[in-house]
Write a protein that binds this ligand. Structure first.
Ligand SMILES: *Cc1c(COP(=O)(O)O)cnc(C)c1O
Length: 353
């Protein structure tokens, strides 16, 4: 607290990222990073950029990256916006499309940053509860008097995917507001809403290179949607920071997006490891929500999640525990899918507990 703080600063409730402790080397299964290296082509492009071009500003319009994304998703470049991580894209979308005075609809259990952005822009959250089995119920999104809707698909931290027909139902029920679909994990097994973009001018799909493309370290995310929605985001971005994507990130992201074979290779590996991990965890008595992501959401009927989290940490394995005070998910752990070896270490450690 400082006497120089405005009431706004004092009122904020900032996001708390998963811990990144530096005291020793952990097996990190707590922040949904990829256990694999990024595309070798991305590494090469970034090394070249570092050695030759850092004295120059990056391209403020990120044309090469937008072209690569447009090609990859069969869209036009003016249907693509890029930002410094999808978190920045979300922040701009909330500021631009949801701060109009009415509440913003999103699930009661979802990415916890949405509440933080809502607080930052004085948007009232309208929380729509997931049902008993942690599913989004599309009918609950009818007749809302809201500034917009955010759907995370697959959802986090549950890992559950929503079929495309249900996304379409929600889009049809909310034609006069932006429906933002956060697809941070879509490459691990859910249906993307990108195919609906040319039909629904109110659809904004947000994705990231941080999870499936193993590039959390360079901070690149993007939004795909109608050119008018994209232009709105560009106006906001250019009123705040012309160069949120640096040269190294631009070069690496462009090469990574074009290397679709590598994306498929590492996603397939993660999916295979996930299926094995589900079996191993179930054999230890855990109950696992069906996951379409690179993590599983797990609970044990007669073990305390916090105790497991602490005991694993002591053994050098980090998983995400959100707090026992969290309604409905207080006894759950979110476990990122690592390599086969890392997951075997996890299973071995859990056995000794
Ligand atoms: C990880 C994550 C993000 C943020 O990703 P960055 O691109 O690294 O900022 C956004 N949404 C969800 C649901 C996520 O899990």
């Amino acid at each position: 607290m400082s006497r120089f703080w405005t009431d706004k600063i004092a009122s904020l409730d900032p996001y708390v990222p998963g811990e990144q402790p530096q005291d020793k080397k952990y097996i990190k299964l707590n922040t949904n990073e990829s256990p694999y290296s990024p595309s070798p082509k991305a590494l090469e492009a970034m090394a070249l950029e570092v050695s030759e071009r850092l004295r120059l500003y990056p391209d403020p319009n990120c044309v090469t990256l937008k072209n690569a994304l447009a090609k990859s998703y069969q869209l036009e470049a003016n249907q693509v916006f890029v930002g410094n991580g999808s978190d920045e894209v979300l922040a701009l979308a909330f500021m631009g499309y949801f701060a109009g005075g009415k509440p913003l609809a999103f699930a009661d259990i979802t990415y916890s940053f949405y509440k933080v952005y809502a607080g930052l822009y004085s948007i009232e959250p309208k929380l729509i509860p997931l049902n008993e089995s942690f599913d989004i119920v599309p009918a609950d999104y009818n007749n809302l008097d809201v500034s917009g809707v955010v759907i995370t698909n697959p959802n986090a931290p549950t890992g559950k995917a929503l079929p495309l027909v249900d996304i379409e139902t929600i889009l049809k029920a909310n034609p006069d507001v932006v429906v933002l679909v956060d697809e941070a994990y879509v490459d691990f097994g859910a249906q993307s809403a990108v195919s609906l973009i040319n039909q629904y001018p109110n659809l904004l799909v947000v994705q990231t290179l941080s999870k499936s493309r193993a590039l959390a370290g360079i901070r690149v995310g993007y939004a795909l949607g109608h050119p008018d929605l994209i232009e709105g985001l560009e106006r906001l971005k250019n009123s705040f920071n012309s160069y949120p994507i640096d040269r190294v990130a631009l070069a690496g992201a462009t090469a990574a997006v074009l290397d679709e074979a590598y994306l498929k290779e590492i996603c397939d590996k993660t999916i295979a490891t996930r299926e094995q991990s589900v079996k191993d965890l179930e054999a230890l008595g855990f109950s696992i929500i069906p996951s379409a992501t690179n993590f599983v959401f797990a609970t044990h009927p007669d073990k305390d999640a916090e105790q497991i989290y602490l005991a694993l940490k002591e053994r050098g394995i980090l998983v995400r525990f959100f707090g026992s005070n969290k309604a409905r998910i207080g006894n759950y752990l979110r476990i990122t899918i690592g390599t086969d070896d890392e997951m075997a270490s996890l299973t071995a450690a859990l056995k000794t507990l």
